[in-house]
Ligand binder design. Structure first.
Ligand code: GLY
Ligand code: MN
Ligand code: MN
Length: 480
């Protein structure tokens, strides 16, 4: 809805172009019953946030830390994209789901050896202001009731102040901050030599998941399982609808919004040879019986943890012999990758184990005419023509979690208990690939699961989502 009368964009706020009369302004302040929020409780994440902040504080003793939630992202004119805060802000505050609003900032203020956390928010616009009916971005009659600072303080267990006080608070102080997310932070906080260290710290802090995070990840995976079942149910309709991939995308999105906060990333609903285009998010193709559907999708739950699951499904409900042959190769490759997982094993071992199986399979099919040893030599690696991408990445609040870790902390590091990562080998035979027999061309297969590393091995959080072709055919038959 457009702002009443003719909208006037003043930059920070959109207001009526005709100022309300003084009488109207006074009238709007009267006649409202109090609406206090009773019985505010703390979410279970709050206790975890206390521990997380203690670790952050210890690493930056004596230095102010500033973690903005980020502002709204404009889609067009006065319409913004749905808001989602920076993961580090959510991780250290416990502000999540529908409670997160743009332009909040967590400041960790040094206090002796420790820090005192202070959360700056746009609080409830109470009825003694005119913002509650005039401010389209934050006003209660425009966007709904928010917490007062006292309510937010009870809810999050920390000191909460209005965001209008942030500028003065930050003035002249020295701080390590996340820059590029908040105008006030960027103008009031000078770049600090430890900014990079902060970016790295808040990213690698999430490498090892606490038990709350593991439970949330399992919720995300289970909701995603239901989303995949929703997609299977609509496949017959998708084959009857132009741009049937959109039917698939929409079915999964429904589950993400009904059960979760959103999608964790744009759904890849790739039917037929679209599966060979890795980031096929156009999803504007037809869905045809006889082809495969590669569906890579994840529900992000209210705490922002997301699943990242891929299944490759026969649209008719039955794999053809060529589809099944190639599928089994990816299946065995994924199994090898998952079975390599255990605390102490190099991260890259997952990739090596999976790719060894794929390369051997391509040799056995007569596609690669070299020994396994030769192919796997990093100076050769020609199997990558058909595998294209890495087999594993960290997963959590961001689909590619912990992205600011240094190589030795992640890619070249070893697995530790509590890490959650994907195992997602694939084979992609492009339509115009003359090195493969014709019946395989245009087939793309990926199988992706979300796996928790343990001291003795692993727990596959998505084990219950069928993987084997026989199980997939049964699953699909049961939903038709
Ligand atoms: N869906 C993105 C990925 O699999 O990494
Ligand atoms: Mn992935
Ligand atoms: Mn994926």
């Amino acid at each position: 809805m457009e702002n009443s009368d003719k909208a006037l964009d003043t930059g920070a706020k959109r207001v009526y172009d005709v100022a309300p009369s003084e009488m109207f302004g006074e009238f709007m302040k009267t006649g409202w019953a109090p609406t206090p929020l009773e019985g505010i409780t703390q979410d279970e994440v709050i206790a975890y946030c206390v521990n997380r902040r203690t670790e952050l504080s210890a690493a930056f003793s004596g230095l102010r830390i500033v973690l903005p939630s980020g502002g709204p992202k404009q889609r067009s004119n006065d319409c913004d994209y749905q808001y989602r805060p920076h993961s580090a802000f959510a991780y250290y505050t416990g502000v999540q789901g529908v409670e997160a609003h743009p332009d909040s900032v967590l400041v960790m203020e040094p206090s002796g050896e420790n820090h005192t956390p202070i959360l700056f928010i746009n609080p409830r616009s109470t009825r003694d202001t005119d913002a509650f009916y005039r401010d389209a971005k934050n006003g209660e009659l425009w966007v709904g009731r928010r917490f007062t600072t006292d309510e937010a303080s009870q809810r999050y267990g920390i000191d909460v102040r209005p965001i209008s006080e942030l500028e003065v608070f930050l003035k002249g102080g020295v701080a390590a901050a996340l820059h590029g997310y908040d105008e006030v932070v960027d103008t009031k906080v000078k770049k600090h030599p430890r900014d990079e260290e902060l970016i790295n710290f808040v990213s690698v802090a999430r490498l090892i998941k606490d038990d709350y995070e593991i439970r949330e990840m399992q919720k995300a995976v289970d909701a995603t399982h239901r989303g995949f079942s929703d997609v299977i149910r609509v496949l017959p309709a998708a084959t009857q609808t132009p741009r049937g991939e959109r039917v698939v995308e929409a079915a999964f999105f429904g589950r993400a919004r009904v059960e979760g906060n959103d999608l964790g990333y744009s759904t890849i609903a790739a039917s037929g040879s679209h599966a060979c285009i890795l980031h096929w998010t156009r999803n504007d193709g037809d869905v045809r019986n006889g082809d495969l559907l590669l569906l890579d999708a994840g529900v992000e739950v209210d705490s922002y943890y997301t699943a990242d699951i891929t299944r490759t499904l026969p649209i008719s409900g039955k794999f053809s012999p060529a589809q099944r042959a190639l599928y089994m190769l990816v299946y065995e490759s994924q199994k090898a990758g998952i079975e390599a997982i255990k605390a102490g094993v190099p991260f890259l071992e997952i990739n090596r184990a999976s790719h060894t199986v794929l390369a051997q399979g391509l040799i056995d099919m007569g596609i690669i005419k070299m020994s396994l040893e030769e192919v796997m030599d990093p100076a050769v690696g020609i199997h990558k023509r058909w595998t294209l991408h890495g087999v594993s990445h960290m997963l959590g609040m961001d689909v590619h979690d912990c992205a600011h870790a240094r190589a030795e902390q992640y890619r070249d590091g070893v697995l530790e208990a509590g890490m959650i990562l994907t195992v997602e080998p694939g084979l992609y035979i492009q339509l115009d690939d003359e090195l493969f027999p014709a019946e395989y061309r245009g087939i793309g297969i990926r199988i992706e699961d979300d796996v928790l590393v343990t001291e003795t091995g692993y727990i596959n959080l998505s084990e219950n989502i069928p993987h084997h072709p026989d199980e997939i055919e049964k699953w699909m038959a049961s939903l038709r």
